[in-house]
Design a protein around this ligand. Structure first.
Ligand code: FAD
Ligand code: NAD
Length: 155
């Protein structure tokens, strides 16, 4: 099986789009990620999966905290920015939740402390203990088949 076949197959699984942020020595770093899942209700845990070459990896290891920002349908540009797909640097404003940097206008902001980290293949899975959540009444951005979509109701 080649990489393209694997990615094409995994791309059929429609997901939301998140921007993971962390902060180290006063510098905020963000990264677009769709490998995000709810893990446990009691205690409240989530998981993210970060590639071994991602710059955010060591920052999360050191800061021991991250936030997950579930993007709204009107925030596709932020996904491109934090995936490094817009080349000219953009100024992005951050709010705070539980003292951690979050993206204004996201559907959901989730503040986490790293509970455990597991290296699996070329990614590291971080289990996050949820310390706070902020919710907005907005529709989420969707990613499927390598493309961004908006939800349409089935009547
Ligand atoms: P960089 O590539 O340096 O940073 C990413 C971009 O964010 C850069 O352009 C940088 O300028 C910008 N940026 C960072 N901080 C700030 C700031 N404070 N203000 C303004 N701009 C800033 N990779 C994974 O490992 N796991 C995933 O689950 C995952 N899911 C993805 C889902 C989608 C839909 C897409 C498009 C990509 C996904 N990626 C995922 C790939 C990942 O987003 C890119 O490889 C990303 O470029 C890696 O980021 P980095 O930490 O190496 O840092
Ligand atoms: P794509 O066709 O590369 O991705 C489709 C699906 O394949 C993704 O949703 C994900 O489930 C999986 N996938 C892709 N790259 C992966 C990787 N390195 N490790 C594990 N799973 C991976 O979609 P695209 O629009 O071409 O993606 C843009 C860029 O973002 C690519 O460079 C891609 O590798 C990267 N990306 C990485 C991850 C990840 O590391 N988990 C997830 C999504 C996208």
């Amino acid at each position: 099986m080649d990489d393209r076949q694997f990615r094409t197959a995994m791309g059929k699984f429609a997901t939301g789009v998140t921007v993971i942020t962390t902060e180290l020595d006063g510098d905020i770093h963000g990264m677009t990620a769709n490998a995000f899942m709810s893990v446990s209700l009691d205690p409240k845990l989530v998981v993210i999966s970060i590639g071994e070459i991602a710059k955010i990896l060591n920052k999360i290891k050191e800061s021991k905290m991250f936030t997950v920002n579930i993007l709204a349908a009107d925030q596709q540009e932020l996904s491109l920015i934090f995936a490094g797909q817009i080349k000219d640097p953009r100024q992005v404003e951050f709010d705070r939740l539980d003292g951690k940097p979050v993206l204004a206008g996201a559907c959901v902001q989730v503040a986490c402390e790293v509970s455990t980290a597991h290296v699996e293949g070329d990614h590291t899975l971080f289990i996050g203990k949820v310390t706070d959540i902020h919710l907005e009444e907005k529709e989420p951005l969707v990613f499927v088949n390598g493309k961004y979509r908006e939800l349409v109701g089935i009547s």
